[in-house]
Design a binder for this molecule. Structure first.
Ligand code: URA
Length: 474
């Protein structure tokens, strides 16, 4: 049986054909998935059967995986996806099992597609095109590894909504003039060189630090196969060759002295922290409210200090306040905090009878439009803020601590090893107490439904274990 897939809108067409074939339980080996390159006469063209009697269902996770895999260049992808759909009718869980060979193959394909899309978003270089309309026009040529044109271009429509553009690839052309349309491929257009390319050169030459060359990291970030269409890469060989001379010149020139007023300005900006340890928890809180130990204090609204029962045997340590916590000045009041509080309640732990705090006490974010996007604190920020965490721990002296996520685990144990094998275990804090390691609730909120359900169960089990251990220790 032959199912024809159009050049564009292929995933939707595959989805409809696959549903129809599966409703007749047509075996995967009996279907040829054909595109415009498949010669029509090669296969007997059995017409598609009408919808059959068998119900066909697919999970959201599977459909999202299938949509990504559909942009892979492997000609086998449609057959693999159909085989997976047929299998899903008997075995709902196999897509969530990373050890399954088919799941593994599809996941690796999806990963390669996601990486290619990411690279396309980063490496498309537009040339301004002469035009007479009210909007500026741009064109770009890009050679992705996979047929990702349809999957990758909506990003450019959001980013460059106020200009007309086209992106030509060997697989086809995407054109935007308020809406995207797709057309078959044409020979590579000859775009005029323009001022934006000089800007790329200047930018690249300026961010290039000859003393910090890591060619492997550079090649992994900017793989060679994309170089030929990046204007700035013309500079790379010369800059690499010239780097030793520039480093030598930098060495010989030595460090420049800071101007005389720099120390005064630095002292004023940083308001050199008061290192005298406060004597009470209240005094510690008051001092922390004025903390300028690291730069996070400048953008955050306020310090978010711990709260709860200072005499509690249990301390819960998160990563850092999020957007809601920053605005309200209280820990764990946003979505991740709600999940934590509900799971604690289900485990018999009353948040008011524990001390709830964070490894870092200021919100770290990057602004994106009107939104503030959470960022993980850096190791240096965690170390600076440990001054407060240590104080809190001395004053509260918990008998058991629960570390939520990798940042808290690092701050408490000094160990940066991955969390997965450590989760559910009890380790020893740098100050010598027991600490139970578990997931951060915001991780659970970010996972796909399948893995999230499993992580939730583990989180609930860990908090129940914490309730038992805290009760024993009390
Ligand atoms: N995440 C944290 O780690 N802490 C909070 O207070 C809120 C979210």
């Amino acid at each position: 049986m032959r199912a024809d897939l159009p050049r564009f809108g292929r995933f939707q067409a595959w989805r409809e054909a696959a549903r129809q074939l599966a409703s007749n339980r047509v075996a995967a080996g009996d279907v040829t998935w054909a595109d415009e390159d498949t010669p029509a006469e090669l296969f007997g063209a059995h017409p598609m059967p009408p919808a059959g009697p068998h119900p066909v269902t697919a999970t959201k996770d599977f459909l999202s995986l299938a949509q990504t895999v559909a942009s892979h260049s492997d000609p086998e992808r449609w057959a693999l996806l159909y085989a997976a759909l047929m299998r899903l009718q008997e075995d709902r869980g196999f897509v969530a099992n990373p050890a399954d060979p088919l799941t593994d193959r599809l996941s690796r394909m999806a990963k390669s597609v996601r990486r290619d899309i990411h690279k396309m978003h980063a490496f498309v270089r537009f040339h301004e095109l002469p035009g007479s309309g009210p909007r500026r026009s741009f064109g770009a040529w890009f050679e992705p590894e996979h047929p990702i044109l349809e999957a990758a271009t909506p990003f450019f429509a959001r980013r460059f909504a106020d200009m007309d553009w086209l992106i030509a690839t060997p697989e086809g052309i995407a054109r935007f003039d308020g809406a995207i349309s797709y057309a078959p491929p044409a020979p590579r257009p000859d775009f005029p060189a323009d001022a934006s390319h000089t800007l790329w050169h200047i930018y690249f030459a300026n961010i290039f630090n000859p003393a910090r060359i890591k060619t492997d990291a550079m090649r992994s970030e900017m793989p060679r196969k994309y170089w030929k269409n990046l204007p700035e890469t013309a500079l790379i060989p010369e800059m690499l060759a010239d780097a030793p001379r520039r480093v030598q010149a930098m060495r010989e020139a030595g460090a420049t002295d800071a101007p005389a007023f720099a120390a005064r300005v630095t002292a004023r900006i940083r308001q050199i922290p008061d290192d005298r340890p406060p004597e009470t928890l209240e005094a510690a809180r008051d001092q922390a409210m004025r903390c300028t130990r690291c730069d996070l204090c400048h953008a955050a609204t306020q310090t978010v200090w711990g709260e709860g029962d200072a005499a509690a045997p249990l301390m819960i340590v998160g990563e850092a306040p999020g957007d809601h916590e920053d605005l309200q000045g209280r820990p764990f009041v946003g979505p991740a905090g709600q999940l934590l509080r509900q799971t604690m309640a289900a485990a018999g732990l009353d948040p008011a009878q524990a001390w709830m705090t964070n490894a870092v006490k200021h919100f770290k974010f990057t602004p994106r439009g009107k939104r503030r996007i959470h960022q993980n604190p850096a190791a240096g920020e965690i170390r600076h803020c440990k001054w407060w965490l240590d104080l809190e721990r001395q004053m509260i002296a918990p008998r058991l601590t629960v570390a939520l996520g990798a940042t808290a685990a690092f701050a408490l144990t000094g160990n940066r090893l991955p969390l997965t094998p450590r989760r559910g275990g009890v380790e020893t804090t740098l100050d010598g107490g027991p600490v139970l390691i578990t997931w951060h609730p915001s991780l659970i909120l970010r996972l796909d439904p399948g893995p999230a359900a499993m992580a939730r169960e583990q989180f609930a089990a860990d908090l129940s274990q914490a309730a038992r251990l805290a009760a024993e220790a009390a």
